[in-house]
Design a protein around this ligand. Structure first.
Ligand SMILES: Cc1cc2nc3c(=O)[nH]c(=O)nc-3n(C[C@H](O)[C@H](O)[C@H](O)COP(=O)(O)OP(=O)(O)OC[C@H]3O[C@@H](n4cnc5c(N)ncnc54)[C@H](O)[C@@H]3O)c2cc1C
Ligand code: FES
Ligand code: FES
Length: 487
């Protein structure tokens, strides 16, 4: 296919062709500096405050699905073939019910955060009306607005405005931007193979996995881009400036999430590496509610709409929230490379801090998660300094099987206690065959504290983390006992 010297993006209903170095701008810079759409504010440039929230419309089953994202960590080259709606584009001049409610409830003082809140509220209304609900989609505005910070108004008037707007009825984006003509323009652009270049920089978005591998082999050192929620922060804050980008967002098979019944081996949740946290949430809330609960505190809605499971695994942070559960589920990673496909148990994948078993030319394609059986307990823990939108101080996943009152299998994984997420083989071994009592779990906790190598940092001291490593096993006991409810 011919290499394009431009990308195309639709903003507030209008098509824009973007050329040259502008293709590598963040969406927020492009909106503000090139289009003068300055309602999109920039405060943190790292996805934390939501001031830059916009709605991103991507084709999904004959419609455009609009989700709030942070424009500061989304880059134009990722967004070819999408429709972006900014705060200026939400209405045709009159205030929307959301904006009117913000005025009526005094939800704005200095106003800097206000466009972000308004867009996030519209985004949540879109989700509510789309029918794709999770078990937490009830109009929980606190949850929906965790990605937006306000320094001066205080949150009560903002939450009151959200509730009032919902009662008044929030018009959907499709009412203002009828999907049919937009889709007709966007559809090919969004799904065709993409190749763009400007100067030294190039972007490739293949539609088949073998082409992705070929690109990696021919361009050693190319940067793989999934949702860019980690990468975007590195580009903005560490000023990394890759020249060759491999986009995975046109590999539609990488976004699939399904549950397969594999007979004797039980049920397995198969997730493409490009499944976003929002994609996963709709399945996990039914299939693995413990993981879904952790996801409710993963970043913010804006982050969950872009961030992917594959990105979390390959970013390889010892505090990544998906890793403890994947370790105790004995998840398998499907890896694609020049030698073909291979599978590796996640417990064998990580070697040291940010070092893992992925050779040049390889990429992560799929994650297979065996689901717990009826007779197993699984509990997940995420300890943070504040409840929402915070980096974990300590994470844990504990999975056990019982034979009457004895423990027949035990798997424990802790995060933020070493350079990688750690399984605790000695503690697991100690538990097998023991009666499930408070004393057993106390002794297991003492042993667990000796198996980890935490460090002290701004989020907690090494001693605090050791104490958590002990306490979490006792907490597990008290949560499972005496009712002995089987999950
Ligand atoms: C404000 C904010 C809050 C956050 N909160 C949390 C949180 O609560 N918990 C948490 O765990 N994380 C959190 N994160 C981190 C981040 O959102 C997650 O790690 C996310 O899952 C990364 O996915 P991504 O698609 O955005 O990855 P990207 O940024 O696109 O990629 C991350 C890395 O993985 C590589 N990569 C991506 N996909 C593949 C693949 N298929 N094969 C090979 N390499 C690949 C990329 O090259 C890059 O090096 C947060 C980030 C931000 C900015
Ligand atoms: S500017 Fe703070 S999230 Fe984008
Ligand atoms: S109104 Fe000032 S930051 Fe929210």
């Amino acid at each position: 296919m011919p290499t394009r010297d431009h990308l195309q993006i639709w903003i507030n209903g209008h098509r824009h062709e973007v050329r040259g170095d502008d293709m590598f701008l963040s969406l927020s810079d492009f909106l503000r500096d090139r289009l003068r759409l300055v309602g999109t504010k920039i405060v943190c440039s790292e996805g934390d405050c939501g001031a830059c929230s916009v709605l991103l419309g991507r084709p999904k089953s004959n419609r455009l699905e609009y989700q709030a994202i942070d424009a500061c960590i989304a880059f134009l080259f990722q967004l070819d073939g999408t429709h972006v709606v900014t705060v200026e584009g939400l209405s045709g001049g009159q205030l929307t019910p959301v904006q009117q409610a913000m005025v009526d409830c005094h939800g704005s003082q200095c106003g800097f955060c206000t466009p972000g809140f308004v867009v996030a509220m519209h985004g949540h209304c879109e989700q509510m009306s789309s029918g794709e609900r999770t078990n937490r989609d009830e109009p929980n505005w606190r949850q929906a607005l965790t990605g937006n910070l306000c320094r001066c108004t205080g949150y009560s008037p903002i939450l009151e405005a959200a509730e009032r707007a919902q009662a008044a009825g929030c018009p959907s984006v499709a009412e203002r931007y009828p999907p049919a003509p937009l889709l007709a323009e966007i559809a090919n652009s969004a799904t065709d193979e993409l190749e763009m270049a400007s100067g030294r920089r190039k972007v490739y978005g293949p539609t088949v996995r073998s082409d992705a591998v070929k690109f990696l082999v021919e361009n050693p050192g190319a940067t793989i881009v999934a949702g860019a929620t980690d990468l975007g922060v590195q580009m903005n804050k560490r000023h990394i400036a890759p020249t060759d980008f491999l986009l995975l967002n046109r590999l539609l098979e990488f976004r699939k999430v399904e549950v397969n019944d594999q007979g004797e081996e039980g049920r397995v949740l198969m997730a493409g590496a490009m499944a976003t946290w929002a994609d996963l949430e709709t399945v996990l809330c039914k299939e693995l509610p413990q993981f879904s609960e952790i996801l409710s505190r993963f970043g913010s809605p804006q982050i969950r709409h872009m961030g992917t499971l594959g990105g979390n695994i390959i970013n390889a942070s010892p505090i990544a929230d998906s890793l403890p559960v994947l370790h105790v589920l004995e998840a398998h990673l499907g890896i694609e490379g020049p030698e073909g496909s291979r599978r590796v148990n996640i417990n064998d994948f990580y070697q040291d801090y940010k070092q893992f078993d992925l050779a040049p030319g390889e990429l992560l394609a799929q994650i297979a998660m065996p689901l717990p059986r009826e007779d197993e307990w699984l509990r997940l823990y995420k300890i943070t300094r504040r409840r929402d939108l915070d980096i974990s101080t300590f994470t844990a996943a504990i999975r056990m099987r019982r034979d009457r009152d004895r423990i027949s299998e035990a798997r424990i994984a802790y995060g933020a206690v070493g350079p990688i997420v750690l399984r605790l083989p000695q503690t697991e071994e100690f538990l097998i065959g023991k009666t499930f009592t408070e004393e057993t779990m106390r002794l297991a906790g003492d042993m667990a504290a000796t198996e980890i190598t935490p460090i002290s940092d701004v989020r907690g001291s090494a001693d605090y983390r050791r104490q958590l490593a002990k306490n979490v096993l006792l907490k597990f006991y008290h949560e499972e006992h005496p009712s002995l409810v089987v999950v």
